[in-house]
Design a binder for this molecule. Structure first.
Ligand SMILES: [Zn+2]
Length: 246
């Protein structure tokens, strides 16, 4: 346990917490800016098993913020480069690369296998699919989003906290992306760090609040907004999982 000695010293972890973490399994969907650092921290922290998924290849414009890739990876499949990077970090951790695009047809198979799902995606449709699958199977997930100099994070624990459809019933009509509005490279890292702190709390059995965290990375402000569970939420209240069916 020498490897994790600085983490075990934390009263929030201790030996018990570390052992618990080493028995847990996580799925990170998308290993770009946010998901790449989420994966790296979970592997270094000693999660038991990490499933990673991505269908994209590494491009030159990824390098400024996507910490698993270097210039020599340009043109390679992200999943292959990410797997190679992560497996060299910590031999305790079993890393399972998923070589298919996660969609509404296959997501439930993966969600059922893990204790938590981490959002490293860049689009709302996939997030609504993740939300439906996680709520249906009672698995916690952490929603993360970044744009320009802002980011947001929300922990979702089915049956306890509000879910993504309690926050926004439907995906936003106009979706802005980092390819249009840009991204400051410190933002995905900040958001990934908050997301991983929430993942540790959830995996070690601590309470998390039903809140969304908005981070303004330019003026440096973290705002916490309480989100109520909605009685008419199609997903967590009415158990209608439309995004798994479409
Ligand atoms: Zn809900």
């Amino acid at each position: 346990m020498e490897k994790y000695s600085r983490q075990i010293l934390l009263d929030k972890f201790g030996n018990e917490g570390q052992k618990k973490l080493m028995e847990k399994k996580a799925l990170v969907i998308g290993v770009g800016g946010t998901g790449g650092l989420v994966s790296q921290l979970l592997v270094r922290g000693g999660i038991g098993e990490l499933f990673i998924s991505d269908f994209d290849s590494v491009s030159l414009s990824n390098i400024h913020r996507q910490l698993l890739f270097s210039e020599k990876d340009i043109g390679r499949e992200k999943i292959e480069a990410a797997y190679e990077y992560l497996k060299n970090l910590n031999s305790d951790v079993k890393i399972i690369p998923i070589n298919e695009r996660i969609d509404n047809k296959n997501i439930e198979d993966y969600v059922k296998k893990v204790d938590i799902v981490m959002d490293g995606t860049d689009n709302f449709l996939t997030r609504y699919i993740i939300n439906d699958a996680c709520v249906k199977h009672g698995k916690p997930w952490v929603y993360s989003g970044v744009l320009a100099t802002y980011g947001m994070v929300m922990p979702i624990i089915p049956g306890k906290t509000a879910c993504l459809r309690c926050l926004m019933k439907n995906p936003p009509k106009n979706e802005f992306s980092t390819s249009v509005l840009g991204i400051m490279n410190s933002i995905p890292s900040a958001i990934a760090s908050i997301a991983v702190s929430l993942a540790y709390k959830i995996l070690l059995g601590y309470e998390v609040e039903s809140s969304i965290y908005y981070f303004d990375g330019w003026n440096i402000n973290l705002e916490k907004l309480k989100i109520e569970k909605q009685n008419d939420c199609p997903a967590c209240s009415l158990k209608k999982f439309e995004f798994l069916e479409k």
